[in-house]
Design a protein around this ligand. Structure first.
Ligand code: PRX
Length: 648
């Protein structure tokens, strides 16, 4: 268990809620009243909220269809359009001049895009995509830096009913290729590159590489020129984004889509096999994106400037940089570059300059900024901040307290939001102006969400530890794994006999009913708030000609949460150069995020007699812990001693 988790276990400090006169949920009584509404009439309450918060092109008559569980359907005979909900209805309500997006480039350039202008761009892009032959139901892959055109591309897809799949720009060509094949995408939208630490991080060459060979259905590549970086051009296939937009009409009627229409597919790592394409819906997803903005962040559109620092390549970027804030008609801040460039004060300078009022980031970023020193935030006026959020991994109480005091000036509530790619939006989170905060606890399930800590037999645990489960369906739940219904059922529903959603996290519930998330219980690493399957990294390592076998585990890391530790058995002896080559190889196969922090060469891996690698043992060795475990089931006990040092 990592040090930060141990310190969470001993945490006893509490922070009573700050009072706010106009909070969306202004106290525990209001929270309880909402929960009671759901208890009294679960479907009726969801139905009322869906009618109140979304604009429907055709009303729904059914709220939840459980007849083919766990393939749940929400509002399924209703029709709506996501881009119309995020744009048109705000312009029609007279908010056309309000900023939808405030974007800052790494070089300091600022673009402020009004709802009216964003709608016009989205319409032109939607018309442009249609002209390329993109139709409702087609998949479009978006592989872009954090620039407004990425949001335009997502919304344009939603306008015409194309399902988008955003691939994180730092993923390698091979990872992109796998996703292109799995989605069967017809079109890729990319850029020449993006700025990272003052340099161009080229994207287009990776697209060219990913499209080589058979198996990819892409026939058009649309390229945004962002860095003026020279790119190779394939005539007939490649098209400039601005040329695609040129001459297109600034209106494009939004296509009414069934509420269950797949809005997007987003890939996430699992413990086995290739990454899973998580499918999200149109109606249920958008409803929860909007409600959680209002509830967990106390978002007040028109007054707040909301900044979620996540890249759009992750679910956090989908729900809280784009769809959530825009569904509310509010203003979202987007920043292109590295948070510590050109100095560790960059984030705070952006907050102060643009007057960010709600700031949402990952514990990894907070820990890195703590290390950089308090003098950086001290140089900036952070008085515009009123709510702070964290996501992606457990936050250790020390980092929480720093965030609260140094960034929030002791006055901003911190919402530690627990959720996953699969859940679409927050599930367990404090309410900023209602909850008594406990550093390290994600507090209680949001209204409408049923979460429990269960023992291995599926019985509810009170005041203790176990497995985290969601015990009733919710509108923004994943609708499946793209092209793999079986894996969907096996991964999430099998564990508790088909009744409950198994999150894959361990958690503790305390005597107040507050949840403390303890981290993954499967072979998934959480590196800087990003999920990586150990298997994916192992497969990348063994695809190198020098490697015979590999086992990857997590090692507690002060900043990143978990560092990647790889035990590698070579075909022939190798040295330090080979370690570098293996790291580069993994970066090429998956992306730099998956590079092992440490590689240890071994003569053999500890295996049970049935051939299973003993990962717990490897985790202890990686962490430098003394081995107390029973090694009697090992095939070859001598192997363990040798693993404490390098075999080369
Ligand atoms: O282990 C939990 C951790 O991140 C996992 C989900 O990762 P991903 O799908 O990439 O989505 C990250 C952003 C939503 C979870 O299974 N996690 C997420 N939020 C928290 C967390 N662990 C502890 N505390 C959190 N607030």
């Amino acid at each position: 268990m990592s040090d930060s988790i141990l310190s969470v276990l001993n945490e006893e400090r509490t922070f009573p809620p700050v009072h706010s006169t106009d909070a969306n949920i202004d106290g525990m009584a209001a929270y309880q009243a909402l929960c009671d509404r759901f208890t009294a009439d679960f479907e009726g309450t969801w139905g009322e909220l869906a009618r109140e918060h979304l604009a429907w092109a055709h009303p729904f008559s059914r709220v939840l269809d459980e007849s083919n569980a766990p393939f749940y359907r929400w509002f399924d005979d209703g029709m709506l359009n996501v881009s119309a909900n995020c744009l048109d209805r705000h312009v029609e309500a007279g908010l056309g001049e309000r900023f939808a997006i405030i974007w800052e480039g790494e070089d300091g350039e600022v673009r402020r895009i009004s709802y009216r202008a964003l709608l016009a761009d989205v319409c032109r892009a939607a018309n442009g995509l249609r002209a390329l032959g993109v139709e409702r139901g087609d998949r479009v892959v978006i592989y872009m830096p954090m620039i407004p055109e990425a949001a335009v591309a997502m919304l344009a897809c939603s306008r015409i009913g194309a399902t988008h799949s955003v691939v994180f720009g730092a993923f390698a060509a091979q990872a992109l290729r796998d996703r292109l094949i799995d989605t069967g995408a017809k079109v890729v939208i990319t850029a020449d590159g993006g700025w990272r630490k003052g340099e161009v991080h080229a994207l287009k060459p990776k697209v060219d590489e990913a499209l080589k060979g058979e198996g990819v259905a892409v026939n058009k590549v649309v390229v945004v020129t962002h860095c003026n970086h020279p790119v190779d051009w394939v005539e007939g296939r490649d098209l400039d984004w601005y040329i695609m937009l040129e001459g297109q009409r600034e209106s494009c009627p939004p296509e009414p889509l069934p509420a269950e229409h797949p809005l997007f597919i987003l890939y996430t790592s699992g413990s086995t096999g290739k990454p899973k394409g998580i499918v999200h819906s149109t109606g249920g997803y958008l409803l929860w994106a909007r409600l959680t903005m209002l509830w967990s962040f106390d978002f007040h559109p028109g007054r707040d400037l909301f900044w979620c620092t996540a890249d759009i390549g992750w679910i956090t970027g989908h729900t809280y940089s784009v769809y959530g804030p825009l569904a509310c008609g509010g203003t979202t801040m987007m920043y292109e570059g590295v948070p510590t460039y050109p100095d560790p004060g960059r984030m705070w300078r952006i907050c102060a300059h643009h007057k960010v009022s709600i700031f949402y980031t990952a514990p990894t970023a907070i820990r890195a900024l703590i290390k950089a020193g308090d003098e950086w935030p001290a140089r900036h006026n952070l008085s515009s901040l009123r709510v702070l959020g964290t996501v992606g991994e457990p936050i250790n109480p020390e980092a929480w307290i720093w965030y609260h005091e140094v960034i929030g000036g002791g006055r901003c509530p911190i919402v530690d939001t627990w959720w996953q790619t699969e859940t679409g939006g927050h599930m367990i989170s404090p309410l900023p102006f209602a909850t008594t905060l406990k550093p390290g606890s994600a507090s209680k399930p949001l209204p409408g969400i049923s979460a429990q800590v269960l023992d291995v037999d599926g019985n509810a645990v009170r005041d203790g530890g176990g497995l985290l489960a969601l015990t009733r369906p919710w509108p923004s739940m994943l609708r499946g794994i793209w092209g793999d219904d079986r894996r969907y059922v096996d991964t999430y529903w099998h564990r508790f006999g088909g009744h409950y959603y198994f999150a894959g996290d361990g958690a503790r519930i305390d005597s107040d009913g507050d949840f403390w998330i303890m981290g993954r219980v499967d072979d998934v690493l959480n590196v800087s708030g990003h999920r990586l399957g150990t298997m994916e990294i192992e497969s990348a390592l063994v695809s190198h000609p020098a490697v015979a076998e590999a086992a990857v585990v997590g090692r507690p890391d002060e900043v990143k949460g978990e560092a990647i530790f790889a035990f590698v058995v070579l075909k022939q002896a190798g040295g330090a150069d080979l370690k570098d080559a293996l790291r580069d190889h993994v970066a090429e196969e998956i992306g730099p995020i998956a590079k092992p922090d440490e590689i240890r060469f071994a003569h053999g891996l500890p295996k049970t007699r049935s051939g299973k690698i003993m990962r717990r043992l490897l985790r202890d060795i990686a962490a430098g812990n003394t081995i107390h475990q029973d090694v009697s089931t090992l095939e070859d006990a001598a192997v363990v001693e040798a693993l404490h040092k390098d075999a080369c």
